[in-house]
Design a binder for this molecule. Structure first.
Ligand SMILES: [Zn+2]
Length: 119
């Protein structure tokens, strides 16, 4: 039993991963730390994956980093951040797992209906 457990863990990696959607350089906003206008925003999409295959998108977040002093944050909450997140669309392929699941389900339903009609 223990062997199977390790076997499963070796080949099936389930977890949350991040994908960088967009980078914005905002020259109107100054850094909280040094006040230079060298702030870069990163819009990041988290998603669930199994062995590298995207299953379902999770939350988005906006991170910032300052090119001048190196200050950074992974949790920017502002009107701008909300706008960036809206502009950065979730890629469709992050729904791959759900699509496969629905596809399989539909296949079996159609197959069952087809089989019923043929009889
Ligand atoms: Zn700075």
């Amino acid at each position: 039993m223990l062997f199977y457990k390790y076997y499963f863990q070796m080949f099936v990696h389930f977890g949350k991963t991040e994908k960088l959607l967009n980078v914005y350089e905002d020259e109107l906003i100054s850094c909280d730390n040094c006040n230079e206008t060298t702030v870069t925003y990163r819009i990041v999409q988290k998603y669930y994956q199994i062995s590298g295959i995207p299953i379902l998108p999770a939350e988005k977040y906006t991170g910032m980093s300052c090119d001048n002093c190196g200050y950074g944050s992974n949790n920017v909450i502002s009107e701008n951040a909300k706008t960036y997140e809206k502009l950065s669309k979730t890629p469709w392929y992050l729904y791959t797992g759900v699509a496969i699941l629905i596809g399989t389900f539909l296949f079996y339903i159609i197959h069952a209906i087809y089989a019923a009609i043929i009889k």
